[in-house]
Design a protein around this ligand. Structure first.
Ligand code: 2IT
Length: 446
């Protein structure tokens, strides 16, 4: 395999799909050497097959808003690769959603799901629907209209969507309600991230953030340090940032910044339990403004419009919002301000220039597909519980999640160790890739 040649072909075939091409290139560069040591991979054209989704569904979603107006959005589901199991991955509702974005996320999902060591293939979906400012009834009608189209193509042994940006517990409730009505399947893992009591798993809401902190704790320990008093800057204030903040405080760390599209809230003395709880209200309001935190807690949080979380001095930076949210300039500012660790929690949260800057500065940098895998792993555990018609306790789920994150960390070290340093990007990409490639090889040319 020659990365340059493959990228040239892909660029010609999929012009303008920038995010997708960026994600593919990152993985290919990491695995090139290992891949070329396995002529059987090349013979079976594993890479050429892996970079193209198995199939993509694109569909029209028409719904009626509260004013009685008819609105039309575009819905998608990318079923990327099923070598390890049924397709699995979230749904994103955001106005910028397009095929390139979902192919990037679906591609990443293959390797992330592989890292969990669970039988999960990779997929992703969503719609260019903007939840900002929508009423609860509008969200419900949109979710129902979305499911009219998608229901035939999902199921626990076929494809199991979950939440992502813009899709949380409320949306999964509406989507699942519509799915049950249409499919007449009433007790399944066709969707995960359901609420506890009707098929959901305890700890699933917290899992992405908890898992990320378990991973970060290992990165910190590796440097013979601990989490006590570490200053953490998080971007976003959604489900992922909420889970990470909860666990960070439990570990004795201090969350000193959260952010939103409107700016940053600096929290000098560290986020409190009340503030973490308020993040849930902020998300439920659909206002998408982090300034609300400073309005509610004026003595504790200081809002600055137009600034990112990376402008706040911290020991650990954790992007928790959107792809490419942390630029090279942001990275340089973090480095100048003394950041010691960077862990992507959003999928592909850092731009290539930012990753290069962190690596050049010899800072431990871990990629999203490893750090945020706790979310999908716990979705996998939800499917297990649904299949067995059983609910595990929060402790049982948390113990399994913690073990999965420890195992992922160990795999990243195994494949990413270079002398005294660890290339977590390489480690995650190679470890994730090898399992998928071996499965594809064993399953023949299909
Ligand atoms: O990016 C992700 O891993 C998710 N949005 C969660 C996917 C899932 O199926 O739980």
């Amino acid at each position: 395999m020659k990365v340059k040649e493959i990228m040239k072909t892909l660029e010609a075939k999929h012009p303008g799909e920038k995010e997708y091409l960026q994600a593919v290139e990152e993985v290919l560069v990491s695995i090139e050497k290992v891949y070329n040591e396995h002529p059987e991979f090349e013979k079976a054209k594993i890479i050429e097959r892996l970079v193209e989704p198995d199939r993509i569904f694109t569909f029209r979603v028409t719904w009626v808003n509260d004013k009685g107006e008819v609105c039309t959005n575009l819905g998608y589901r990318v079923q990327f690769n099923a070598a390890l199991g049924a397709y699995k991955g979230g749904l994103r509702f955001h106005p910028a959603v397009n095929v390139s974005m979902l192919k990037l996320l679906g591609f990443e999902q293959i390797f992330k799901n592989s890292l969990t060591n669970l039988p999960l293939g990779g997929g992703k979906g969503g719609a260019d629907f903007d939840p900002t400012g929508k009423s609860d009834a509008e969200i419900m009608r949109f979710c129902q209209a979305f499911m009219y189209e998608l229901w035939r193509n999902i199921g626990p042994d076929q494809d199991s969507p979950a939440g992502d940006v813009g899709v949380g517990g409320r949306e999964i409730g509406y989507l699942y309600g519509a799915y049950k009505k249409l499919a007449r399947e009433h007790s399944t893992g066709a969707l995960t991230g359901k609420s506890y009591g009707w098929g959901g798993s305890l700890i699933r809401p917290e899992a992405t953030g908890f898992g990320a902190m378990y991973y970060v704790e290992r990165m910190v320990k590796q440097k013979k340090e601990n989490m006590k008093g570490k200053k953490i800057a998080l971007s976003g204030f959604g489900n992922v940032a909420w889970g990470a903040a909860t666990k960070a405080v439990e570990m004795g760390a201090k969350v000193v910044a959260i952010s939103g599209p409107d700016g940053v809230c600096e929290i000098k003395d560290g986020i409190t339990k009340e503030m973490i709880d308020y993040m849930l209200d902020m998300r439920a309001s659909n206002r998408n403004k982090v300034e609300d935190m400073a309005t509610k807690f004026p003595k504790l949080a200081k809002f600055t419009a137009g600034k990112k979380a990376w402008s706040v001095k911290c020991d650990i930076a954790m992007p928790c919002a959107f792809q490419n949210e942390l630029s090279e300039d942001d990275a340089k500012m973090l480095i100048k301000n003394g950041v010691k660790y960077v862990a992507e929690v959003s999928n592909m949260g850092c731009q290539p220039g930012a990753i290069a800057a962190f690596q050049k500065a010899k800072l431990p940098f871990a990629p999203g597909k490893a750090v945020n895998a706790g979310g999908v792993a716990t979705s996998g555990l939800e499917i297990c519980q649904n299949a067995g018609h059983i609910n595990w306790t929060a402790e049982e789920v948390d113990v399994k999640l913690h073990k999965i994150m420890n195992d992922i960390y160990d795999m990243c070290v195994e494949y990413g160790k270079k002398g005294n340093t660890i290339d977590y990007v390489k480690g995650a990409n190679i470890a994730g890739f090898m399992r998928v490639a071996k499965a594809m090889l064993a399953q023949g040319i299909i």
